[in-house]
Design a protein around this ligand. Structure first.
Ligand code: FES
Ligand code: FES
Length: 196
């Protein structure tokens, strides 16, 4: 799924109380790219990105957990770097490229990390998975053939309340194996270090 908005949007939370389009709070609309589509967002620049994504652009991949940058459930990619959308503001992403879970793959053509999480059945409630997957995608882009310890460190600050860490680690190592094979680097090492 991709953002298809090309017109300025109004924050649903404030509809009926403030005309955002004419508000002196907003100034010029913020232009950013979301999942490959250019979006013009007419909201205050200190609006947290997660509200724009979920409430205005209808992208519910990022989940609201702690709202404090602590749990990782709201993770998105900003220019390919994992970031917590509950603390990042519109001002920060102006002119930049944001990727959400919806932008990774299609139902019929999943991203390898998404496919690996499904194959490993790495979920109970699933609330943490957006953050786990987005963080993994960014991590494997930097380190396509990680050790188990490096994966553990990369996901250290993503919290899972259901305790599915073993399956999550297995999924990440499987995805790393696919990626390593595609990249032709370290595939055997990755396979050898996958948790059983
Ligand atoms: S909701 Fe953003 S880090 Fe917890
Ligand atoms: S699967 Fe429930 S929080 Fe991780």
């Amino acid at each position: 799924m991709q953002c298809t908005l090309s017109e300025p949007v109004t924050c649903r939370l404030l509809q009926g109380t403030i005309d955002m389009a004419s508000s002196a709070l907003t100034g010029e609309p913020v232009v950013l790219t979301v999942n490959g589509t250019t979006c013009s967002v007419d909201l205050p620049r200190d609006t947290k990105l997660i509200y724009v994504l979920r409430n205005d652009l209808g992208l519910n991949g990022p989940k609201f957990g702690c709202g404090l940058g602590e749990c990782g459930a709201c993770t998105v990619l900003i220019d390919g770097v994992a970031a917590r959308s509950c603390v990042v503001t519109l001002r920060t992403v102006e002119g930049r490229s944001v990727t959400t879970l919806e932008g990774l793959g299609e139902l019929t053509a999943l991203h390898p990390v998404q496919a690996a999480f499904i194959a490993a059945q790495a979920a109970q409630c699933g609330y943490c998975l957006n953050g786990m997957i987005m963080t993994t995608v960014a991590f494997l882009a930097r380190n396509p053939a990680p050790t188990l310890e490096q994966v553990r460190e990369a996901l250290r600050y993503n919290l899972c309340r259901c305790g599915t860490h073993v399956e999550i680690m297995r999924a990440v190592m499987a995805a790393a194996g696919v990626r390593a094979i595609e990249d032709g680097v370290g595939a055997d090492d990755v396979a050898m270090s996958a948790p059983r």
